[in-house]
Design a binder for this molecule. Structure first.
Ligand SMILES: [Zn+2]
Length: 59
């Protein structure tokens, strides 16, 4: 299974795509970082792959 993650551009915290997809918009999980991360920030190819295989990403 391909791991799809998004990296916060400000602090480098890595967030799993399934977390982003579940929340759509979420604050960076790092406490001292207020950057907002969006599922839409993922590249198109990664979003498409995730949506096509989303059942594999449910934990
Ligand atoms: Zn951050």
């Amino acid at each position: 299974m391909r791991i799809i993650t998004h990296t916060c551009p400000d602090c480098g915290t890595v967030v799993a795509a399934n977390e982003l997809e579940k929340n759509r918009v979420m604050k960076c999980p790092r406490l001292d970082c207020n950057t907002v991360l969006r599922f839409e920030d993922l590249p198109d190819s990664e979003r498409e792959h995730f949506l096509e295989h989303r059942d594999q990403y449910q934990i």
